[in-house]
Ligand binder design. Structure first.
Ligand code: PEP
Length: 245
C-alpha cells in the first residue's frame, strides 16, 4: 500500500499512475496493491485505475455522517466516488492533527458502519521503545482505537504497524523487530478475540521500506505486506517493493 501523503498535484499523480500502470504486469497477481492519494486526487486516481486491480484508498475521513465540519470529508462522500477503503490512525494524524485514540475509535466505527475497509495504523515512538514500553503502547492503541469492534468486523480490517521512529526517517525496524511486534499483535488479538481472527488479519509493516530492504522484512512469517510512504512516490520503487513480497 502506497501512502502518498500531501504529495502530487494532478499532473504529477497522472505521471506516477502511468508509471505504475506501464509495469503493473510485472507484479504477481496475488499481491494486492493499494494507493492512497490526497482527497483532490482520489476520483481521478479511481477512474485511472478502474481497469486494474489496484485499490484507491483515502488517507483519512471524518467520523461524522455530514454537517458543519468545514474542511472535512465524510465516508459517504468517499463511497460516492468509489472509495471503499480508508487509512485511519496514521501517526501524522495522531501527532500533527491531535487525533486521539477516542476519535480514532469513532472513525473506525463510522467507516465500518458504511461497509468500508479500514487500514488501521499504530506504533510506538522512539521514547517508548527506549523505555521498553513498545508492546504496552501498541496494546493500548489497539485496545482504545480498535478493539471495540465485533468479531465479524475483522473481515474489514487491515493492520499497519508503523513504529513512529521509522517513518520517513530512513531508519527501519529490523526484520526481527517487525516480526517480534507482529507476532505480539497476533497474541493480543487472540487474547481479546480469537486465534482464528488473529491468524487471518493482514498486518502490514511501515517505516522506511524501500526496494533494498523490503524482501527481508516481507520474508518474516507475520509480516503480510507494507505501508510505504516515500518510496511509493516513485513507480519503479513501489513496484519493486511489491515484487519483493
Ligand atoms: C508512512 O507514511 O506510512 C510511511 C511508512 O512512510 P515512509 O515509508 O516514508 O517511512
Amino acid at each position: 500500500a502506497g501512502n502518498w501523503k500531501m504529495n502530487c498535484d494532478l499532473a504529477e499523480m497522472e505521471e506516477l499512475l502511468a508509471g505504475i500502470k506501464n509495469n503493473i504486469g510485472s507484479v504477481p497477481n496475488d499481491v494486492q496493491l493499494m494507493v492512497a492519494p490526497s482527497f483532490t486526487n482520489l476520483h481521478p486516481a479511481f477512474e485511472s485505475l478502474r481497469e486494474t486491480n489496484v485499490k484507491v484508498v483515502a488517507q483519512n475521513m471524518h467520523q461524522s455522517e455530514s454537517g458543519a465540519f468545514t474542511g472535512e470529508v465524510s465516508p459517504s462522500m468517499l463511497k460516492s466516488i468509489g472509495i471503499e477503503t480508508v487509512i485511519i490512525g496514521h501517526s501524522e494524524r495522531r501527532s500533527i492533527f491531535n487525533e486521539t485514540d477516542a476519535v480514532l475509535a469513532e472513525k473506525v466505527s463510522t467507516a465500518l458502519k458504511h461497509g468500508m475497509t479500514v487500514v488501521f495504523c499504530f506504533g510506538e515512538e522512539l521514547k517508548d521503545r527506549k523505555a521498553d514500553q513498545h508492546f504496552e503502547v501498541v496494546k493500548q492503541q489497539l485496545k482504545e482505537g480498535l478493539f471495540h469492534i465485533n468479531d465479524a468486523d475483522w473481515d474489514k480490517i487491515i493492520l499497519a504497524y508503523e513504529p513512529v521512529w521509522a517513518i520517513g526517517t530512513g531508519e527501519t525496524a529490523s526484520p526481527e523487530q517487525a516480526q517480534e511486534m507482529h507476532a505480539e499483535i497476533r497474541k493480543m488479538i487472540t487474547e481479546e478475540f480469537s486465534k482464528e481472527i488473529a491468524d487471518k488479519v493482514a498486518i502490514l509493516y511501515g517505516g522506511s521500506v524501500k526496494p533494498a530492504n523490503a524482501q527481508e522484512i516481507f520474508a518474516k512469517e507475520d509480516v503480510d505486506g507494507g505501508l510505504i510512504g516515500g518510496a511509493s512516490l516513485k513507480a519503479d520503487d513501489f513496484l519493486a517493493i511489491a515484487k519483493s513480497y
